[in-house]
Design a protein around this ligand. Structure first.
Ligand SMILES: NC(=O)c1ccc[n+]([C@@H]2O[C@H](COP(=O)([O-])OP(=O)(O)OC[C@H]3O[C@@H](n4cnc5c(N)ncnc54)[C@H](O)[C@@H]3O)[C@@H](O)[C@H]2O)c1
Length: 376
């Protein structure tokens, strides 16, 4: 058994209608309130209306370093004492980055890993409430915020236990309005974030439990939510899978799927979940080809939980994943403009990516190149 340390979020509210608690919870933390949300704040008008006066930052796309810098400047100008992120993983990451900068001062580049100065984050973030409206990233319970550095064509994290949101409100009803492409991409992200920690080198009995729960619910809900976005049961399954994935990834490692997704996300505007989905089957296939007996047993477990078939083997699990990727219409990497000409650059970056270190097998450059070619 791997030794482990757990990073647990202080408070989570889960369930249909849970967002009704937001206004009262925010009032407990003080004011002024800064709300970070997506490009269509009217989508959550009734939730925001219940909050009373607040300042708003909107975000289109995935957050950049400059987005975080500007949001923090606004928060400082408004004297914000509480930050609420209501949106997908992009919005929640921007809200986490903003709350951290309000608590610590300085610029995102002072603290960013890889592309910044990587200074330690020593002060608490201002109180931050995360309200996810996609079912995918689990960012509401993790300790990092991912920002893109367009000049480096890289994504990098701000990371500290002090960045875990004070409260996560996971209300599956908020995901009912997600369009099919977002349901598919974020759903595949949730599934991947349960699968990779379960087979990672840092898996432990606690993260195993979260991953198992998440995989069972993703297996049940992903295709249903894609085909009928109004299916509340399927939306609840996926919201739970997303939450379980966030808890699991924050307490075990990820793997090569996320190694690739981080690198390719910095080089393109492709969504994080769609990149994970395009890489998932080729990475699992490569891992299985060299799996230890213990690792193969874990892939067998994944297959049983995803398919609901007690007799399923790892090969059945791979087949289920491949069918699902087709059924929920995940684009191949070439559709974002990636080509074989970038193989050397991509492989070198993926080999260095921190997520890749959690992969159950150390993949050679030739194996990483073959995975990339298969996903193209
Ligand atoms: N911090 C972490 O632990 C962590 C983990 C995984 C991923 N991430 C990051 O999360 C981001 C991806 O997040 P995501 O997959 O949630 O996508 P997203 O937040 O980028 O949202 C995708 C699209 O869906 C829209 N949307 C969101 N909620 C909606 C709703 N309820 N109805 C209609 N449209 C809605 C958004 O406006 C956006 O256009 C990436 O930047 C990734 O790097 C962070």
């Amino acid at each position: 058994m791997n030794p482990f340390a757990l990073q647990l979020p202080p408070r989570i509210l889960f369930g249909s209608g849970a967002v009704a608690e937001l206004a009262a919870a925010a009032a407990d933390y003080g004011d002024p309130i800064l709300v970070v949300t997506g490009a269509s704040p009217q989508r959550f008008a009734s939730v925001l209306g219940a909050l009373g006066p607040h300042d708003v930052v909107t975000l289109a796309g995935e957050p950049t370093i400059d987005d975080a810098r500007k949001a923090a400047e606004l928060g400082r100008a408004c004297g914000s004492q509480v930050v609420i992120g209501i949106g997908g993983g992009s919005v929640i990451d921007l809200a986490k980055a903003t709350a951290m900068l309000l608590g610590n001062g300085g610029d995102p580049l002072d603290y960013l890993e890889v592309v910044g100065r990587g200074q330690p984050i020593t002060a608490a973030s201002v109180p931050m409430i995360a309200v996810p409206t996609t079912a995918g990233t689990g960012a509401e319970v993790t300790a990092n915020a991912v920002l893109t550095s367009p000049s480096d064509a890289l994504k990098a994290s701000l990371r500290s236990p002090l960045m875990v949101p004070r409260l996560a409100i996971v209300d599956p009803d908020l995901t009912l309005s997600c369009p099919v492409s977002v349901t598919a991409a974020s759903g595949m992200d949730a599934l991947t974030q349960c699968l990779e920690p379960y087979v990672s080198v840092k898996a432990n009995p606690v993260t195993d439990g979260w991953a198992r729960t998440g995989l069972i619910h993703a297996g049940r809900g992903l295709r249903l939510a894609f085909h009928d976005g109004a299916d509340r049961g399927a939306r609840s399954d996926m919201a739970l899978a997303s939450l379980m994935g966030g808890l699991a990834l924050a307490n075990a490692k990820l793997g090569a799927v996320h190694g690739f997704a981080g690198v390719l996300g910095g080089m393109s505007s492709a969504s994080h979940g769609a990149l994970c989905a395009a890489l998932l089957v080729p990475v699992c296939r490569a891992n299985l080809a060299r799996a230890s007996a213990e690792s193969r047993r874990r892939f067998d477990d994944v297959a049983r939980w995803l398919t609901g078939d007690r007799d399923a083997s790892a090969a059945d699990g791979l087949a289920w994943l491949a069918e699902t990727v087709v059924e929920v219409r995940i684009p191949a990497l070439s559709s974002y403009g990636f080509s074989a000409a970038q193989t050397k650059e991509v492989v070198a970056k993926v080999a260095r990516a921190s997520s890749t270190a959690g992969n159950p097998v150390v993949l050679s450059p030739a194996e990483l190149a073959a995975i990339y070619a298969a996903a193209l």
